[in-house]
Design a protein around this ligand. Structure first.
Ligand SMILES: Cc1cc2nc3c(=O)[nH]c(=O)nc-3n(C[C@H](O)[C@H](O)[C@H](O)COP(=O)(O)O)c2cc1C
Length: 225
C-alpha cells in the first residue's frame, strides 16, 4: 500500500472476524512500528501481546470490575473531563458510531452494551499492551514516545490488512491487565491496542471520523506566499 492510502484509509476497527492473527505477522508489524522516532532514541516502550485465554481473562476481569463500580486505575493522569470544542468532537464521533450501529440516543441498554464491548476490547483476537520503563516515569516524554509508536503500529497493521483500535477502556482496570499479562512492576502501563482482521459487515467499521482543517490547526509565519 502507498503511504497516503494507509493514512487516509485507516480507521478504528471495532468489529473483528473470529480468526487468529499469526504471531509472525504481529512481529512484522511491531518491527515496522518501532521505526518510530523517540526522544534521544531512548525507545522506552515495551509490548505485552496477549491473546486466547489470557486476553479472555483480562476482558472478564475488566468487565466485572467496571460493572461492580471498582474505580478506574489508569497509570497516567487524566485531567478534567472535556469541555467546549473537545467535548463537541467527542460527542460527534459517538453520534457517528451510534448512528452506524443503530443505537438510539435514549436506549440505555444498547449504549451500555456498546460500553461493555469497549471493556471487552471489542472481542478482538489480540491486544497489545504498551508499557514504558518506570525508571523514566514522571516526564511527559515517555508517554509522548509511546503515542508515536502506537500511531505507527495502527498504520503498520492497516498496511498488512489488520484493523486496530487504540483502547483506553481496556486498561482502565490496570491491576487485572498487569496480573494476567504478567507485566512487571518496573513497567508503567500506557495503553492497549485491540487488533484483528476487520469484519467488513460490522457497521461501525465503516465510520470515517472527521478532522478539523489545516486552516483551523496550523499557523504559518514568515512565509513569502
Ligand atoms: C489515546 C486513545 C484512546 C482511545 N480509547 C478508545 C476507547 O477506549 N474506545 C474506543 O472505542 N476508541 C478509543 N480510541 C479511538 C478513538 O475514538 C479514535 O481514534 C478517534 O475517534 C478517531 O477515529 P479513527 O481512529 O477512526 O480515525 C482511542 C484513541 C486514542 C488515541
Amino acid at each position: 500500500m502507498e503511504f497516503d492510502e494507509v493514512i487516509r484509509g485507516r480507521r478504528s476497527i471495532r468489529g473483528y472476524l473470529d480468526k487468529p492473527v499469526p504471531k509472525a505477522l504481529i512481529r512484522e508489524v511491531l518491527e515496522l512500528a518501532m521505526r518510530a522516532p523517540t526522544s534521544l532514541n531512548t525507545q522506552p516502550w515495551n509490548f505485552y501481546v496477549v491473546a486466547g485465554d489470557v486476553l479472555d481473562r483480562i476482558r472478564k476481569g475488566n468487565v466485572e470490575r467496571n460493572l461492580a463500580g471498582v474505580p478506574h486505575s489508569r497509570e497516567f493522569r487524566m485531567g478534567p473531563g472535556y469541555e467546549g470544542v473537545h467535548r463537541e468532537r467527542q460527542i460527534d464521533i459517538a453520534k457517528q458510531l451510534f448512528a452506524a450501529m443503530g443505537i438510539e440516543r435514549d436506549n440505555k441498554e444498547q449504549r451500555q452494551d456498546w460500553v461493555l464491548r469497549g471493556f471487552r476490547q471489542f472481542d478482538a483476537p489480540v491486544s497489545i499492551v504498551i508499557t514504558y520503563d518506570r525508571s523514566i516515569h514522571g516526564s511527559d516524554i515517555a508517554p509522548f514516545d509511546c503515542g508515536g509508536v502506537v500511531n505507527c503500529l495502527v498504520n503498520a497493521a492497516w498496511s498488512r490488512g489488520l484493523g486496530c483500535v487504540i483502547n483506553s477502556q481496556g486498561i482502565m482496570q490496570s491491576p487485572v491487565v498487569r496480573a494476567e499479562a504478567g507485566i512487571p512492576d518496573d513497567q508503567v502501563i500506557q495503553t492497549c491496542v485491540a487488533m484483528g482482521w476487520p469484519d467488513e459487515t460490522f457497521p461501525a467499521n465503516a465510520v470515517v471520523s472527521r478532522r478539523k482543517s489545516v486552516d483551523e490547526a496550523a499557523v504559518f509565519r514568515g512565509f513569502d506566499d
